[in-house]
Write a protein that binds this ligand. Structure first.
Ligand SMILES: Nc1ncnc2c1ncn2[C@@H]1O[C@H](COP(=O)(O)OP(=O)(O)OP(=O)(O)O)[C@@H](O)[C@H]1O
Ligand SMILES: O=c1[nH]c(=O)c2[nH+]cn([C@@H]3O[C@H](COP(=O)(O)O)[C@@H](O)[C@H]3O)c2[nH]1
Ligand SMILES: NC(=O)CC[C@H](N)C(=O)O
Ligand SMILES: [Mg+2]
Length: 517
């Protein structure tokens, strides 16, 4: 498969580069920036992109590209820190200037370059740098300058080396896709053959080689990601080879287990195991209020239940463990490819010891781990996964436990389930469900005073959360029409006896996260 390799030096928008290249129709994947040449997956690589970074090239601990990469004969495009590395590597000079460029800057060409074919002079690029190339190395020429007259693009006189100081991958950069397409297609000669259909074929080929006839155990939640993996496995292997394990943690939404079971049957699953483990999870969570502690306990119980089921069902130990892990799960858990990212939340599917052990043994299958949610939805559509499943809002593995602040009890789960079901049903009835990326209720650990039927009421507070997002990495509060919000709040307090008050969470991510814990 032809591809463009992105070397990750810890830039915020590194994955976005690969995303955009795939949007153009060329496959792209990300690898750690300091990978030595002999360990780079070079098969089919038509071009290499060096990403941005929070570091400066002259920092002692700055991540460095293997210098041999530049003599492979493969075209290279350095973006921001990437171009600074090229300059540094070839003997030029990079320095922190007083004049930094953050945000928009017009760009002016100093000579024609295939990189800027079809891009008009003076277009508005998007920058984010404090360092600048102040001496261009020998053998290189400047091809563009910013409106502040700083070096904004360079090219080598003989070698296929290019570099730009701006970020073509962000949507705020005009002609960004054109610049990336010029590099990938015009300069590297990659063909635009990557589609979801071709990706599907490639993934199926790889899976068949890796798994052979060994049994596969997929941990399935009925959410978008694991259901798409289920459809993929059931299309790739005979149904008897695929075992699906769903764990009802007791922290699920109303009627979740019944709906999931029905959906999974329609995919043609024969070995479907539904494990009811409510008691296990609730008793382990008794008295626990700290959010990180809750996550850790839930992760541990997940593993115990999985291991017991493997033994009980006599599924051999060499079984491959499959999950619906996405790139976002990895990066939030501090496990992005470039290993320079920070831990935000430890997703149970990434950091559990069972998974880590299986991962070391090469027995974990995560076919979606390079993709984002919207790409997974497109893949699911190719696989014929029903729209109702693909368009479901995400639901986290720890479930209601991270939406009940303070101690989790069955009584509170029941209250939250009722309120949440009303909220979601109303969003669907009002045709708002698909405008929102994720919506749910949160049960707060406080009671407040109210008056109902002329009597005193002392009920819980429920917070409504509804966000818009593309990939869950950033999010904004959904701007509800006021009438909808007021009517939904009234329905919840009227129908759920223990809820006396409803509030709406208007925080964006960042600084908040989508879930409250
Ligand atoms: N109740 C569960 N039983 C078994 N496996 C689960 C359960 N909850 C989560 N998992 C596993 O953990 C993975 C990550 O969960 P996550 O919620 O991110 O994905 P999902 O549930 O498949 O999709 P969505 O994000 O749409 O909810 C799942 O893909 C699945 O493999
Ligand atoms: O499977 C999961 N296990 C987890 O531990 C977990 N924590 C958060 N989420 C989901 O991830 C997305 C981003 O969530 P946050 O903004 O709250 O970090 C949102 O869609 C969250 O619902 C999880 N999913
Ligand atoms: N976005 C980047 O790659 C920034 C590179 C470098 N840290 C600078 O400030 O110039
Ligand atoms: Mg889920």
């Amino acid at each position: 498969m032809e591809k463009i390799l992105v070397l990750d030096f810890g830039g915020q928008t590194c994955q976005l580069i690969a995303r955009r290249i795939r949007e153009i129709g060329v496959y792209s994947e990300v690898v750690p920036g300091d990978t030595p040449v002999e360990s780079l997956p070079l098969e089919g690589v038509k071009g290499i992109i060096l990403s941005g970074s929070p570091y400066s090239v002259y920092d002692a601990e700055a991540p460095k590209v293997d210098p041999r990469v530049s003599s492979l004969g493969i075209p290279i495009l350095g973006i921001c820190y990437g171009v600074q590395q090229l300059a540094h590597l070839f003997g030029g000079k990079v320095a922190p200037l007083d004049h930094r460029e953050y945000g928009r800057s017009r760009l002016f060409f100093t000579e024609a370059s295939p990189l800027f074919e079809g891009v008009p002079e003076g277009f508005v690029s998007w920058m984010s740098h404090g360092d600048t190339i102040v001496e261009v190395p020998e053998g290189f020429r400047v091809i563009a300058r910013s409106e502040h007259n700083l070096v904004a693009g360079i090219t080598h006189e003989r070698l296929p080396l290019y570099g730009i100081q701006f970020h073509p991958e962000v949507t705020h950069c005009a002609y960004g896709l054109t610049v990336l397409e010029n590099f990938a297609v015009r300069i590297c000669g990659a063909r635009k053959t990557w589609t979801m259909a071709s990706y599907l074929e490639d993934v199926q080929g790889l899976l068949r080689t890796q798994v052979g006839d060994d049994p596969l155990l997929l941990l399935i939640s009925g959410g978008v990601d694991s259901t798409v993996v289920a459809a993929l496995l059931l299309k790739t292997f005979p149904p008897e080879q695929v075992h699906l394990l769903y764990i009802d943690t007791g922290l699920m939404r109303k009627n979740e287990t019944e709906e999931v079971e029905a959906n999974l049957r329609t995919l043609g699953a024969s070995n479907l195991y539904i494990v009811h483990a409510e008691e296990r999870f609730l008793s382990a969570l008794k008295g626990v209020v700290d959010p990180e502690k809750k996550r850790q306990i839930i992760g541990d119980v997940f593993i115990q239940v999985q291991e017991e089921e493997l033994r009980r069902r006599r599924i051999p130990d060499q079984a491959f463990l499959a999950q619906g892990t996405l790139y976002t799960d990895l990066i939030e858990s501090g496990k992005g490819v470039g290993n320079k990212a920070k831990v935000i939340k430890s997703h149970h599917n990434v950091r559990s010891p069972l998974i880590e052990r299986k991962r070391k043994e090469g027995r974990v299958i995560e076919p979606l781990s390079m993709l984002y949610k919207d790409e997974v939805r497109r893949l699911g559509a190719h696989l014929g996964v029903p729209r109702e499943v693909l368009e479901r809002h995400p639901f986290p593995g720890p479930g209601l436990a991270v939406r009940i602040l303070g101690e989790v009890t069955r009584e509170k789960c029941d209250i939250l389930r009722e309120a949440d079901a009303i909220f979601i049903d109303e969003l669907k009835r009002r045709h708002l469900y698909h405008e929102i990326w994720q919506a749910f209720c949160v049960l707060l650990p406080v009671r407040t005073v109210g008056v109902t039927g002329d009597d005193r009421n002392y009920g819980y507070v429920v917070a409504l959360r509804a966000v818009t997002s593309k990939d869950g990495m950033t999010a904004d509060a959904y701007p509800f029409p006021t009438a909808d919000l007021l009517e939904i709040a009234a329905l919840i307090t009227n129908r759920v006896k223990d809820v006396g008050r409803v509030v709406y969470d208007v925080s964006s991510k960042p600084p908040a996260t989508i879930e409250w814990e």
